[in-house]
Design a protein around this ligand. Structure first.
Ligand code: COI
Length: 356
């Protein structure tokens, strides 16, 4: 029996595709797109509800040049990962959290959104259809990228008349070219990622286009990425272009509070719970940039970056080092608990994983 609701769209070749591992070099996967077999598509009109989606062959999509997403940036994305266990089964990590975040973002961006059940079901179908692209244990994960966009044509500024929910996937390894080695950040003074009342707290595509300029300049100078400050006081930490940030001092781990300008990361939230369960005191608050100067450790969290240790932060021309040899002890401990849980290597007492 086919595991798919939309088995009709799947070709006969599917069963052989699904049973094996894709024939690629699984060692040293980076974070780049590897085209896979299927993507998921579901459409609905403005004011309507998403109803029936389907899997189709992965490939280019057609959009009217006047689509809302192309002209006015009416779009959201999500990111989550699937890991292959030693027994061959596949684990998703908190997919309903992504579904809820997409629904919150859709409300801010005037878009209809799939229900939590529709979202999670679509993720499961897409992952199972691309099962042969889930890396072997220890080699990486399958990155799942749900998109929600205004695909209908508009000319005057208004919500688009039609919406597309799409999911594609790609096997990935480490996000930063440093691998699991510490990354080097630079604090950005001029450019800001988000403003109060803006869209910094939702995963809209424009938030990511807006950081490219500062990120490119930082990379050209040899830094891994940029750390943003709040745009009002230009003093408090916000986040890195693609991840949240944590500062460790003794037994206390601090991270910027979610106040509308920072992305509510699912890895961020999970690491806070893991850290508390490991006996750390976690503070979500305003974190002044000066606290970087005497921090013991700094690390970043995100679906793509997982937990990445920070080796140095350059602030106003001064480079503050945190250690170049690898993870600090705290980041290592949290990374280890989180990833073993995500990979099914320890008991999931939190009930965070969904097994396929
Ligand atoms: C993720 O971590 O999944 C993200 O969405 C960040 C993206 C820039 C890769």
């Amino acid at each position: 029996k086919s595991p798919f609701k939309n088995a009709a769209v799947l070709s006969d070749s599917y069963s052989s595709e699904a049973s094996e591992l894709a024939d690629i070099e699984w060692d040293n996967l980076g974070f780049g797109l590897l085209p896979t077999d299927y993507m998921y598509m579901m459409k609905c009109s403005q004011g309507g509800n998403f109803s029936k989606g389907e899997l189709q062959r992965f490939g280019n999509i057609e959009l009217n040049p006047s689509a809302g997403v192309l002209n006015y940036g009416q779009g959201l994305f999500e990111g989550l990962k699937a890991y292959r266990k030693e027994d061959g089964n596949i684990l998703l990590f908190r997919p309903e959290e992504n579904a809820l975040r997409m629904r919150q973002g859709a409300e801010r961006m005037c878009m209809p959104a799939p229900t939590v059940d529709q979202f999670v079901e679509a993720v499961k179908e897409t992952v199972l259809a691309n099962k042969r692209w889930v890396p072997p244990p220890g080699k990486g994960s399958l990155y799942i990228r749900p998109l929600l966009m205004g695909s209908g044509a508009v000319l005057g500024l208004a919500p688009a008349p039609e919406y597309t929910f799409l999911i594609y996937v790609s096997p990935v390894g480490n996000y930063f070219k440093e691998g699991v080695a510490p990354i080097n950040l630079i604090v950005e003074h001029e450019l800001h990622r988000a403003t109060p009342g803006g869209t910094g707290g939702v995963k809209t595509i424009g938030n990511y286009a807006a950081v490219l300029k500062a990120q490119s300049a930082a990379k050209a100078k040899g830094y891994s990425d940029v750390l943003y400050l709040d745009c009002v006081h230009k003093k408090y930490l916000e986040e890195v272009s693609s991840c949240n940030i944590f500062v460790v001092k003794g037994n206390v781990i601090s991270t910027p509070a979610i106040k509308g300008t920072i992305l509510p990361g699912i890895t961020r939230k999970s690491i806070i719970d893991v850290a508390r369960s490991q006996g750390f005191q976690v503070e979500e608050r305003f974190v002044p940039v000066d606290e970087l100067l005497d921090a013991d450790e700094v690390f970043c969290t995100g679906t793509a970056v997982v937990v990445s240790p920070v080796g140095s932060i350059t602030y106003k021309g001064k480079r503050v080092p945190y250690g170049v040899d690898g993870f600090g002890a705290v980041a290592q401990q949290l990374y280890s608990v989180l990833t073993r849980l995500q990979m099914g290597l320890i008991d999931d007492k939190m009930n965070w994983t969904v097994e396929l």
